[in-house]
Every structure is written in C-alpha cells, then in structure tokens.
Design a protein around this ligand. Sequence first.
Ligand SMILES: Nc1ncnc2c1ncn2[C@@H]1O[C@H](COP(=O)(O)OP(=O)(O)OP(=O)(O)O)[C@@H](O)[C@H]1O
Length: 346
Amino acid sequence: MIEIDGSYGEGGGQVLRTSLSLAAITGEPIRIAGIRAGRKKPGLAPQHLTAVRAAARICNAHLRGDALGSMQLEFIPSSPVQAGIYTFDVSKAQPGGSAGAIALILQTILLPLALAPGNSRVTLKGGTHVNFSPTVTYIEQVYLRILQRMGVEAKVKLGAWGWYPQGGGEIELQVSGGCQLGGINLWERGDLHQVRGVAVVTELPSHIPQRMANRAENLLREAHLKVAVKASREKGVAPGAGIFLTAEYQNSLAGFGGFGRLQLSAETVAEIACQQLLEFHHTGAPVDEHLADQLLLPAALASQESHYRVAQVSSHLTTNAGVIQQFGLAQIAIDEAENSVSVMHL
Ligand SMILES: Nc1ncnc2c1ncn2[C@@H]1O[C@H](COP(=O)(O)OP(=O)(O)OP(=O)(O)O)[C@@H](O)[C@H]1O
C-alpha cells in the first residue's frame, strides 16, 4: 500500500488525480490522507469524487472513504484496467448538480485506458469550460495533440458546452488502447505559425462572440501575430461566453482563455485571453505553465526520456513531480533557474 500525503505541496486535487491514475496503471493499492488539505473547502468535491469513481470503475477498485468532503481514501485495484464503454456524470456526485470540470476526470482515466488493451468510448458530463482547469478546447487543441506525439491515440467530441455554475456539458472521448508511450522533447518551440481561436456563446446573442473575436484579432495583429478567431453560438443549457486561443508554434502548442461574466464587456474578455497569450509568447518557452504539470505523468510512463522548457515552474509542477516519484517509476529533475524539466526512467 502506497501512502500519499494529500496535503503535500499544492495540497489540491491534482495530488489525488495523479495518484489515482498511477494506482490504476500499476495495480498498487493506495491510501491518501489529508485530501485537498491546502484548499479552503478541503476533502473530495464533486469533480474529485467523480474522478475517484471513474478510476475505480475502470480497474474494479475497492473504495473506502469515497464520499463528498472526505479527506481520506483507500483505493485498492482488483483487476488490470478494462477498456470499455463508460459514462461518468459530475452532476450526479452532488444533490443539485455540479459544473465540476470533466477535463480533469478525462485526464485521470485517459492514460490508464490508453495503456490497456482494447478501445474505449467514454461519455463525460459536467463542466466543459470552467476557470482554473483545462477547458475541453485546451484538451483538444493542446493536450491531446501533444500527447499524440508521444503515442496516445485519443479524440474528443464536444456535444454541449457546460460553464460554471450550471454545467450540463457533454463530451465523448474515444481512446485507442495498447499505446506504446514514447518520450517528448520540447526544448525549442520554433516560429509561431498562427494563433487559432474560438469565441463562443451559449444562450446569448451573436454580437458577443463576434466582438470577442474582433478584439482578439485586432490586439494580436497589433502585436504582429498571425491570427484567426472564429465566432460562434453553440449548444448549452445556460448562458455562457468565452474565448479560447491556441498558439501554434513550429514545435509546440500553448492554450489560453478568457471567460465572460456579468459586468465584463466582450472586449475585456478577449483582452484577458490575449494578455496571457502575449505574456507567454514573450517568454520564448515552448510549454505553457499548465501543460508543464500535465505532461509529467505521460513523460514518467514513457519508455524514453523527456525534456522540456516551461514558461514558469509552478507549484503544481513541483507537487506533481513529488507525487509521481513516490511510485518509483521515474526520476524528475526540475531546474528552476533554467525553467526546464527532465524526466528519466528508473
Ligand atoms: N487555464 C488553464 N489551462 C489549462 N490547464 C489549467 C488551467 N488552469 C488550471 N489548469 C490545470 O488544472 C489542474 C488543477 O489542479 P488542482 O490541483 O488545482 O486541482 P483541482 O482539482 O482543480 O482543484 P482544487 O485546486 O480545488 O483542489 C492543473 O493540472 C492545472 O495545470
């Protein structure tokens, strides 16, 4: 039984999710104490509980402590990961529903399913575009495209958009099993080919996405970047708005977003997303702050070494490295002076 300290480093949901993925893949039982102890409302929130149940379902794990608010969990896999057809719904984890981010549940089960024999189809319901988590657009345009280079064959289809607080979004994830994970080298990003974006609303008038798209295109052109942002109205259960930009470099990809809310003009939402993109662009790094921590798990499971340079070393990155190293699969070196990450097999 591997003992995990949920309060380690960031003390957030990622300590839990990374541990779940690795327990499912290795078949090692785990016990986690102090789950999300670093957060204002600690313990399992709907998104985390759904991730626990999803990970348990695919490897028939026995669970103890799988309840909302629980700060302790035992997760004991009883079979290798089974490919198959699954549905996981974050809104079912809490009376009254939840907009918990389904991208985080996707990231918990993706590698276990990709490494298992057989193909899987997973329907995920909840929040698709939620602040402080990867959006489904980020998963499609950045995360899965980079993972494809490491050998992961997976795609998502976005059925309905789900924003905070109502959720109600839906995606279908298809994963090809039997993947052989290779390492990745993202040391130099090369030239920027273009910035591609979507400006989207649900249940709101079409002038809003158009204004977000126009403002983003104007701002990025002023900065001499090649850009194309598509404005669209999409399907969703509640009003919502956002703009999601992908910077496509010769050797890398990075993603940024802005979310609409009352009292915030469409133009300001676009400016928020563009400012993040321009700040990143000026660092010269190939890997954005968020991909930096999300790449560690596939890199640790790959058969070759990985090396990448990041815009910023975050506490999510150092925390995830600490958790992964507890499973004894890889050695991770993070150089905070150089902003670089190397992942080597043990
Ligand atoms: N704008 C963003 N784009 C892409 N990924 C993001 C973005 N913001 C956050 N993330 C990713 O979301 C994850 C958040 O992990 P974190 O440990 O904070 O857990 P959590 O479950 O979201 O919640 P909590 O912080 O409440 O515990 C990290 O992998 C981080 O890189």
